[in-house]
Write a protein that binds this ligand. Structure first.
Ligand code: NAD
Length: 526
């Protein structure tokens, strides 16, 4: 096998740069196999002690973390704002604030969700047996994160991993290493023992080394392409994975909506975080009766958005995109719309890494901007006439992260929601549910495998141990043990009929036979 370092030169340092200004923020080691393996081994060692703590004790550490974040929320948001080139307001509300509620939820509920439970085992229970389920941590969780929410995504996963008794090793994105290092600093500030959280900075190769390091499970958040590569690598060691991947999220708007509120939501859903949200509204389907009014109002509002970057937390609405590569991808989609005869109603122009929020019409599902994840500030708007057509259009995608349905008729909205092949459907809202920690987050189709957040996300952090007790196990032999005999064979047939015959008469005669034979059969031994 040829590892990537053996075929390419890697720079020893990663440069973190504010994409909005070009200003250098810091340099961080571009770690290799040795550093990753050492971090994982510290995390493995620490996990032995961490798993012995009670849920309450682990909760106390998470509470300290939460309090530190609350008291320093503006400073943390400033680091994120600089590394991403977006306003501090945006960083604060979307990337830091949601973590406080998430911490509370898992401090209060982890023990309850992971309590030991008895399971019903039917007739086996009558035969003196009992089964219980208990949950136990995997060990070390490897977390590989993207840059678009460099704090809330990994920190949410770290809190859940730690509360469940795991330790964690985080590989932040190469675009946001300072935010990753800041997370580690916060854990150090609260005095958490060494190895409970490790952070390894670096590029994709560092991530690959983490997948190969012997961690017990990988939580990956990022693009579908990288997700597929990671699954392939993880398959070599059968390391389990949770994958939170890309999206192409539809917004379906019916003709009874409040146009003013719904167009505000469409603008926010499409352009928030410069459209670099996995759950961004990336396709809008509007009922033909209100199509023109909706489009005109959305264009009017989009023109009011202020594009730029400054240290004043709320001077601009839309920041830069993260990188040249991201800019090129968005430009490619805009050019494809123009080439294929679609109309750009507003926006479309770029300046350095800033892109004007852009609205397209006269597009359909053959356009790149409608089929592929754009991950930028663009909104293609299309028409539909019937409920079935809206469902068909929304489902016509290889992604299945979130969708939203907009109407005053909640019965209709729920009926439609149940027909959408998406892991989250929001009714009269968008974007929000990643920030609601009580609810599961994940994707169908190419948007992901497994869940984070909610009870389901916690269960991804633990293994299930089934404990089965045969209360008669020291009193008698089982009738199916060796040696096989004629009596045991007939006993087995009688047992089959006792349990499964629909005839009461047959059940009764089988019961009599079993009662008569059980003593004899259980004495037949090797
Ligand atoms: P990316 O896939 O380029 O990178 C994500 C992480 O993977 C980075 O830390 C990167 O260094 C690492 N990586 C790259 N190659 C690797 C390899 N071979 N082995 C191991 N690790 C490797 O994604 P990105 O550009 O940082 O993020 C944007 C994407 O993330 C979008 O597609 C977006 O939809 C998706 N995303 C999904 C969610 C979700 O919850 N579903 C949330 C945020 C972002």
């Amino acid at each position: 096998m040829v590892l990537r370092t053996e075929i390419t030169e890697r720079p020893p340092l990663l440069r973190s740069i504010n994409p909005a200004t070009g200003e250098k923020i810091g340099e961080f080691p571009n770690m290799g196999k040795k550093e990753v393996d050492e971090a994982v081994s510290r995390a493995k060692e620490a996990q032995k002690f961490w798993a012995e703590l009670s849920f309450e004790e682990r909760g106390e550490w998470i509470y300290k973390f939460k309090e530190f974040v609350r008291k320093n929320i503006e400073d943390i948001a400033e680091v994120i704002s600089q590394e991403k080139g977006v306003s501090r307001m945006e960083a604060l509300i979307s990337d830091v604030f949601p973590i406080l509620d998430l911490a509370d939820f898992y401090i209060k509920n982890t023990q309850k969700i992971l309590r030991r439970e008895k399971i019903k085992i039917g007739v086996w229970g009558l035969l003196g047996r009992e089964s219980e389920i208990e949950y136990f941590p995997y060990g070390v969780i490897g977390i590989i994160s993207p840059w678009n929410f460099p704090f809330s995504i990994p920190v949410g996963q770290i809190i859940i991993a730690l509360m469940a008794g795991n330790t964690a090793v985080l590989k932040p994105s190469e675009f946001t290493p300072k935010t990753g290092v800041t997370v580690k600093k916060i854990f150090d500030e609260i005095g958490i023992p060494k190895g409970i959280l490790e952070v390894v900075t670096g590029d994709g190769y560092t991530g690959e080394m983490l997948v190969r390091s012997g961690v017990d499970k990988i939580f990956f958040t990022g693009s579908t392409t990288t997700g597929a590569k990671i699954m392939k690598t993880a398959a070599e060691s059968l390391t389990p994975v949770v994958m939170e991947l890309g999206g192409k999220d539809p917004m379906i708007v019916f003709d009874d909506v409040d146009l003013d509120i719904t167009t505000d939501a469409a603008v926010f859903g499409s352009f928030f975080n410069t459209g670099q949200v996995c759950a961004s509204v990336e396709r809008i389907y509007v009922h033909k009766k209100i199509f023109n009014d909706f489009v005109n109002l959305m264009v009017e509002k989009t023109k009011k958005l202020r594009v730029g970057y400054s240290k004043t937390p709320y001077e601009y609405d839309i920041g830069s995109v993260i990188s040249e590569k991201q800019l090129e991808k968005v430009k490619e989609h805009i050019e494809n719309v123009i080439e294929k005869g679609g109309k750009v109603l507003t926006g479309g122009r770029t300046n350095k890494l800033f892109i004007e929020p852009t609205i397209f019409v006269d597009v359909d599902h053959s356009f790149k901007a409608v089929r592929e994840e754009t991950f930028g500030p663009t909104a293609p708007i299309m028409k539909f006439e019937t409920e079935d057509e809206a469902i068909e259009l929304a489902n016509d995608s290889e992604y299945g992260l979130t969708a939203s349905v907009w109407t005053k008729d909640l019965t209709k909205a729920k009926r439609i929601a149940s027909k959408l092949n998406f892991a989250t459907v929001m009714i009269n809202d968008n974007l929000i549910t990643h920030a609601i920690p009580q609810t599961p987050w994940g994707g169908t189709k190419k948007s992901g495998i497994g869940r984070t957040h909610g009870k389901e996300g916690l269960l991804e952090m633990v293994q299930i141990r089934h404990i089965h007790t045969n209360k008669m196990g020291q009193k008698m032999r089982q009738p199916w043990w060796y040696p096989f005999t004629k009596e045991k064979y007939e006993f087995s047939l009688a047992l089959t009929n006792l349990l499964h015959s629909p005839s009461l008469k047959e059940k009764m005669s089988s019961l009599i036979k079993i009662a008569k034979e059980i003593g004899k059969v259980s004495k037949q031994k090797l």
